[in-house]
Design a protein around this ligand. Structure first.
Ligand SMILES: Cc1ncc(COP(=O)(O)O)c(C=O)c1O
Length: 467
């Protein structure tokens, strides 16, 4: 009998949401400079801006919160995290931090000296910014399949092993601070990395005496893809796969707001005890004492429990199935989505959606704004705006793909919400070929610009983005 797809939880609490009037949505967009971050969340109907800190916590997480330990030093809730990390990832040296970028800041402050490089698979924006802030540079060595939004390659987050080796030789191994693998690769479309690729990268790291770190915000989703797509892993549990995956690395940074399903929290975990000792003062200075590091005991308790829940196969099967279902429904309606559908989000190719908006007029950003205007659905651009400028030349970077990301919060939205999203995208798509102009910057923020830059319409006579 074919296995049924089922929702592995029921709702115990709800939050009222509503759709603002169309004219109000237009005014909000215009007054906020078409920047998605400037929209008040109460004016959003379905919020797909991010899957970060937006998941719904479980009854077990809430009960862990009630019995959390808020002690400054030696908190029991910290030891709960240590236990989860040991069981799921196999590491002993755990530094708590308030969120993922804090872990990046601490790690890069210690490992990067001016002129060093960090090769990896499309570094996330805060990761890249922290590397550059420490006077390092990123080298993107993601496989070329990742550049084709139509390709169905199952592990588009993989690193190109030959290019990785060539880049290491070119800049010399002494100038490589470490190698970074982001699992799954958020900026590359939520695409996973195969175990084989991780093994191959770790061999290269050993060959050149380099450290290999993971950006593990969505490690559990990556493990699910390995289990369901890679030969030899079907009969392993997600926990077993996770233990193997981390065994190839020297440590990881983690934004726990994603797979660990907490509103706030992060981890910096390393294998090498000497490195651990070097990192400690930076955590104390920037984050807090070593057994809380910027998190409350309540957050730590929920995080420890969330890590276990994130590796539950039934949960992951439903979670990734829901994202896939949304992607498939959009694909059926001829919407140009990135395939295969990613783990935490569906990505729409802005250049293919609006083929007549010039590439330098931000088609994906335009799509984000149009979806909000059409239905109060908030998404985010992962494209030319986010790519920013080259830190050395000051030139705008033209990314391989200009995407609108529909990130699905964990355990938060229903099938009916997914259908509403599909109808909203279809409404904008109907007339998309007739749209011939997009946005230009009104205010371009310096550095990590997509959070606070604003736009104006190239055609200022428009009174709607999609008709
Ligand atoms: C892959 C990845 N790394 C790092 C971060 C940064 O984490 P945080 O937002 O917790 O600082 C994010 C956040 O979205 C992410 O997706």
């Amino acid at each position: 009998m074919k296995e049924r797809w089922f929702v592995p939880y029921r709702y115990k609490m709800v939050e009222k949401i509503s759709v603002p009037e169309k004219s109000e949505r237009w005014n909000i967009l215009k007054s906020g400079g078409f920047n998605m971050f400037s929209i008040p969340s109460e004016k959003v109907y379905i919020d797909l801006l991010t899957d970060s800190g937006t998941g719904t916590m479980s009854d077990k997480q809430w009960s862990a919160i009630v019995s959390a330990d808020e002690s400054y030093a030696g908190s029991r809730s910290f030891f709960d995290i240590k236990k989860s990390v040991k069981e799921i990832m196999g590491f002993d040296n755990v530094l708590p931090v308030h969120q993922g970028r804090a872990a990046e800041k601490v790690l890069n402050s210690v490992l990067i000296k001016e002129g060093m490089y960090v090769p990896g698979n499309t570094h996330f924006d805060t990761t890249k910014a922290h590397i550059e802030n420490a006077k390092g540079r990123c080298i993107d060595v993601t496989i070329s399949e990742s550049e084709n939004s139509n390709s169905n390659y199952p592990f588009k987050g993989n690193l190109d092993i030959n290019r990785l080796e060539k880049e290491i030789e070119k800049v010399t191994p002494q100038k490589v601070a470490y190698i970074l693998i982001t699992v799954t690769c958020n900026s590359g479309g939520g695409q996973p990395v195969s175990m084989k690729n991780i093994k191959d990268v770790s061999k290269i790291a050993r060959k050149y005496g380099l450290k290999l770190f993971f950006d593990a915000a969505r490690f559990a989703e990556n493990c699910y893809f390995i289990k369901t797509r890679e030969d030899g892993y079907q009969n392993k549990t997600v926990r077993e796969i996770s233990n193997e995956l981390f065994s190839y690395s020297d440590g990881f940074t983690m934004s726990s707001k994603k797979d660990a399903i907490v509103p706030m929290g992060g981890l910096l975990v390393v294998r090498d005890i000497n490195l651990f000792d070097m990192l400690k003062p930076f955590v104390i200075l920037n984050e807090g004492y070593l057994t809380y590091g910027g998190m409350s005991g309540m957050t730590m308790a929920a995080l420890a429990q969330g890590l276990y829940e994130s590796t539950d196969f039934e949960y992951l099967h439903y979670r990734i199935g829901q994202v896939k279902m949304l992607g498939e429904l959009l694909k059926e309606a001829s919407i140009p989505v990135v395939t295969p559908i990613g783990g935490h989000a569906v990505f729409i190719d802005g250049r293919r959606f609006f083929p007549n908006i010039p590439e330098d007029q931000f088609p994906a950003q335009y799509l984000c704004a149009a979806l909000y205007e059409a239905g109060g659905v908030r998404t985010v651009e992962v494209g030319a705006n986010l790519a920013d400028r080259d830190p050395d030349t000051g030139e705008n970077i033209r990314p391989k793909l200009d995407l609108c990301r529909l990130a699905i919060p964990r355990r938060s939205y229903s099938f009916e919400h997914m259908m509403y999203i599909v109808e909203t995208v279809k409404e904008v798509f109907q007339n998309s070929k007739n749209i011939t102009s997009g946005f230009q910057f009104d205010f371009e923020s310096k550095g990590i610009r997509h959070f606070s830059s604003t736009f104006k319409l190239v055609d200022s006579n428009k009174d709607s983005l999609f008709n």
